[in-house]
Write a protein that binds this ligand. Structure first.
Ligand code: ZN
Length: 303
């Protein structure tokens, strides 16, 4: 899939993509944005989000928009011209910039975001059940302030593929940074959240490949390693069982002797996020430190 851009209109195969124009936008950018901001819709499909952005009955003071909304199946709807400011960021700041609407493109992904418990499962807006959510703690803490894993709707591959193709054309136009709404408004926004593997996404867009040159570590101890909900050996494990030796993880940040990681499944799909002890992660074939064997024999303290 390859997009092109002509006068702010996204084109696919030489034809403009579907557009539902939002009145909540403008004026034109003073200079081409170098930042793209990723959002989730918190439930809506691309069509219902675009209709909401286009709803002229909304008071202008509360109007909002984005440049595009990408559906779960990879289809997309443009809502604002890429030459104009969309109203997607709200109060926001990043590296000295205040009010990111003027400096960024807004890309919405149809996704329920954080889920809530319904019976023994998880559901999003309207109690719509989600069968296989990612269980994770948001790196800024969950929306309800908790620090234990909650469910997040996963992003289908088709949706991510379209987002990568869109970013390819935006990068060609000068974008050099991809951020989450949760990066530029960390105290009030949680999108796109832990189910969006930002590191893998940036690697795909900026030329790296997930299976080549990516910084992936593996679980070393033969007995496996617990994924903790915080950087603390006493913190509750994200799941009851340790992750087996050889499990691939992608490091996100380091705190003391702990690394916040995304646990990867087949095709580098994110399975869970949490904290693991740095000493027990390494390159495939590496031998864990001597103490790890002893600790591994006593799972209570492992990781
Ligand atoms: Zn957002």
């Amino acid at each position: 899939m390859a997009f092109t851009m002509r006068d702010g209109r996204l084109q696919k195969d030489g034809k403009p993509v579907a557009m539902v124009a939002s009145p909540f936008c403008g004026p034109e950018f003073a200079s081409p944005p170098k930042i793209a901001v990723i959002h989730f819709t918190a439930g809506s499909t691309a069509a219902t989000s675009a209709a909401w952005f286009a709803d002229k009955s909304r008071p202008r003071a509360t109007g909002s928009s984005a440049h595009v909304v990408i559906d779960r199946d990879g289809s997309l709807v443009q809502c604002v011209g890429f030459d104009s400011i969309a109203w997607h960021a709200g109060r926001s700041a990043w590296q000295g910039l205040i009010g990111l609407n003027q400096h960024s493109f807004g890309i919405e992904l149809a996704n329920l975001g954080y889920l809530h418990r319904v019976g023994s499962g998880w559901a999003g807006t309207g109690d719509r059940a989600v069968a296989d959510p990612l269980l994770a703690v948001h790196r800024n803490g969950n929306p309800d302030g908790s620090h234990t894993p909650i469910g997040w709707e996963r992003y289908p591959a088709a949706q991510i593929d379209t987002a990568v193709a869109l970013l390819d054309v935006l990068v060609a136009g000068g974008v050099s940074q991809i951020l989450g709404h949760d990066d530029i408004a960390p105290t009030r926004k949680w999108d796109p959240g832990p189910a969006f593997d930002m590191t893998a996404f940036r690697n795909r867009v900026f030329g790296g490949r997930a299976d080549d040159g990516d910084n992936v570590l593996v679980v070393l101890p033969a007995a496996g390693l617990f994924l903790r909900s915080a950087a603390d050996g006493a913190a509750a494990p994200v799941r009851a069982e340790p992750w087996p030796s050889g499990t691939q993880v992608r490091p996100m940040r380091v705190q003391d002797h702990w690394i916040e990681v995304t646990v990867l499944g087949v095709n580098a799909q994110p399975l869970a996020t949490g904290w693991m002890r740095d000493a027990y992660l390494g390159q495939p074939g590496e031998v864990p430190p001597a103490a790890a064997g002893a600790v591994a024999a006593a799972p209570i303290g492992l990781g």
